[in-house]
Ligand binder design. Sequence first.
Ligand code: GRF
Length: 208
Amino acid sequence: MSKKTKLGILASGSGTNLQAIIDACESGEVFAEVVLVVSNVSDAYALERAKKHGIKSIFIDKNNFESREDYDKELISILRDNQVNLVVLAGYMLLVGPELVRAFEGKIMNIHPSLLPSFPGTHGVKDALNYGVKISGVTVHFVDKGLDTGPIILQEAVPVMENDTIEILHNRIHEAEHRIYPAAIKVFAEGRLKIEGRRVRILEKGEL
Ligand code: GRF
């Protein structure tokens, strides 16, 4: 029997995606375990969620570091010390520096609340709504050095309704996020993701 994939989650906010991932791991749907939750925000609810499940939770204060590089170095060593196999960004509001990307190449995932490459950046939901799109959605992608530019793993379309506000649309998007983030982690944990340039192939079990 192979070992469970060890997930290190980085989160800055409420952590509903973290919760969906924890639940999928605990139910056995995803053959992985969350070994660590790190936040750059001291009172992020994501840290509470981790504690409730007996998961190690760490707050790292950016102000204690002279530079972003130093902050990322600390992050890398914590992730390595905990033998993390996959770094999962779940509402992590800091840019991931090049050193971290290099240290975990092809092993960092992010979720973004729009259909990339449309509407990258911090306000994906608002930007899509203001643009007037009729269909938005969710993207799970590998992280590279750019902002929301890495190879796409899974996407799900989410319709924009006539009377949507940012909040209503974001709630609908969250529902899709809670489906596809665990699904993306599941195929990673099964060793079924192959990055070929910009494309990510999801191998059939028979192709392994
Ligand atoms: C999600 O909408 C995700 O797409 C974005 O940040 C939000 C995090 O939500 N990157 P939560 O903290 O997981 O509830």
